[in-house]
Structure formats: C-alpha cells, structure tokens
Design a protein around this ligand. Sequence first.
Ligand code: NAX
Length: 330
Amino acid sequence: LPPPTTVTVTGAAGAIGYALVFRIASGQLLGPDVPVRLRLLEVPAALEAAAGTALELADCAFRLLADVDVTDDPNVAFDGAGVALLVGAKPRSAGMERGDLLEANGGIFGPQGRAINDCAADDVRVLVVGNPANTNALIAAAHAPDIPAQRFTALTRLDQNRAIAQVAEHLSVPVTAIDGITIWGNHSATQFPDLAHATVQVDGARRPALDLVDRAWYVDEFIPRVAKRGAEIIRVRGASSAASAANAALDHVFDWVHGTGGEWTSAAVVSDGSYGVPEGLISSFPVRSNGGDWEIVQGLDVDDFARQRIAASVAELEEERAAVGTLGLL
Ligand code: NAX
C-alpha cells in the first residue's frame, strides 16, 4: 500500500462530518488501496464529541485508517493535508442579515485558507461544503496566495445528484440512463439545473432529455424542486441533508482524483471567464477531471433561457463577492 494521504475534515462533530468520516476511512474517498490519516478540526466546545467519533473510528478497525487526530488548531489540522473538506461553518441564525453571515464565515474561512496555504501539501485539493459554500471557497482561496485557486472548489454535486434523481424518477428510468446534466452558478436557490444537454438512454437509444419531458415540468417543477430541495429535506426530515451531502462530497473528490472519463459532472470552480462568468468567481460549471485539475467543459450552446438563468445566479455570486470585499475578507 502507498503511504497514507492526510485528509482533513472540519466540523467533524457535526451531522455531515459524522456521515463522512467513516466512509472516508473505509476507502470511499480515495479508493480501496489508499490508506488515510484523518485530521478532525472542531471548535473547542465540540472537541469532546469529535474525540468520541475518533473512538468509534478506532472501533471499526478500518484496514486503511492509519491514524486519527482531533484538534482545534487549523495549523495542526491541515498539516500535510492532501484533501481538505471544509464542512464546519456558521449557520444563519434567526434575524441574521446576509452581511453578518458572510462576515461570520469570513472569520472561519480566512484563517483556514491561511493555514492551508502554510501547512497543507502543495497539491492539496480543497472542497468547501459549509455555506455559503461558493463564497467561503473564494475567501479561503484569497488567503492562500501560494496555492493555485484551481485547488479551491465548492460542492454543487449534491444539486447535480438531486437533479439526476428527479429526472430518473419522472421518466421511470435508472439514474445510470441519464447523462449531461449541469448545475450552473451558486449553491443556493438561484442555481440553474440545466437539462439542455442532458440525454437519457431509453430502449437502447440515447435521446435528448428535453424531448422526453414537458417544458412546463422542466421550468415550473424540476428547476425549483432541485434548487429548493434542501428546504424540502428540512421540512420532511426535520433536519438538513447530511448523508446525501456527505455522499456528494465523496463523489466530488473521488472524481477529481480518479478522473471523470468522457462524462461531465458539476462542481463550483474558479471561473476563467467561460460562459460569461466573471473571472475569479467560484461558480458551478460542467466540469471534467483528468485526475489532476478540474477542467470546465467548453463549447456548449447556451440559449437565451439558460443565459438568463446563469446570469441571475452569477449576479448573486458577484454581490456576495462585493460584500465580502467591502468587509475586507478577500
Ligand atoms: P452541523 O451544525 O451539524 O455541524 C457543523 C459543525 O461545524 C459543528 O460541529 C461545529 O462545531 C463545526 N464548526 C463550526 N465552526 C467551526 C470552525 N471554525 N472550525 C471547525 N469546525 C467548526 O452542520 P451540518 O449539517 O454538518 O452542515 C455543515 C455545513 O454544510 C453547513 O454550513 C450547511 O449549510 C452546509 N451544507 C452544504 C451543502 C452543499 O451542498 N454545499 C448541503 C448540506 C448542508 O446544508
């Protein structure tokens, strides 16, 4: 077996963290032949709970788990990290303005970005899950000048997986029949789940998804349902998505590390100006990985409908960037 890869999980005592770390230790993040060293970062008040999770990790006797450290010091947590999963964030509390939320998270993601810059492996892969994920990733990247911004990404794979599941259910086909869905923009209710390039395998033929569904279903049901699925889960389950978010984080990193082959998926990555998204914003795109960096899929036709939807979500990202810029967080 190769030497272990250090995987840092922040917010490890939280709901997503608990759904994540056992699967990482069992090999579902990096593959069945890659040992991992887990570093769990928590706030002081949750260190004891994270230590309890570490006891349970030991009790699994995972073949691939080299060791587990629990700490509240970002410099210790990110030391040598090859993968950093930034899950811990400040949730929006009652009466909190968006500016307050951005500022509170800037206080987390700025110092963590700095610690990643100073301590992580040169080729670290960073995935931000904690909301507002895109802008938190932007803040972390801004504090890590020595690490290419391409190494900082945010999670929209859960939205992608939700979109696939909705189409599969609507058309009564297996999820494996569906290809070419894209999530554009912000991981928020303004996101655009795009079916324009999606295809579905039916009766041995690959057909455009938009030939198989009504326009009204696409625009009035599918798009809002995917964009607001997080709220639906909270309403029905009584708690926010945790296992599905952890699962999507595993998918994101697994594909980034192992490559996507010909298919594309969605991830929020730093814009190079593609599709009119201002350079430097961390926005969701159709992406492929060759096992090294994510690459934005080029040359897709974007019609007026899609252009407007993408622009609306990107406008929100620009507002968030301007707000954190004004707060001195970039
Ligand atoms: P929990 O509140 O269960 O856990 C968060 C944990 O983070 C807590 O244990 C807390 O102590 C810790 N934490 C807070 N500040 C920290 C810091 N500075 N350093 C280290 N740890 C810190 O939330 P959970 O349900 O696990 O969700 C975590 C985040 O994921 C939230 O921001 C949530 O909004 C976001 N989500 C993102 C999704 C996505 O697709 N991008 C979907 C699911 C989820 O809503």
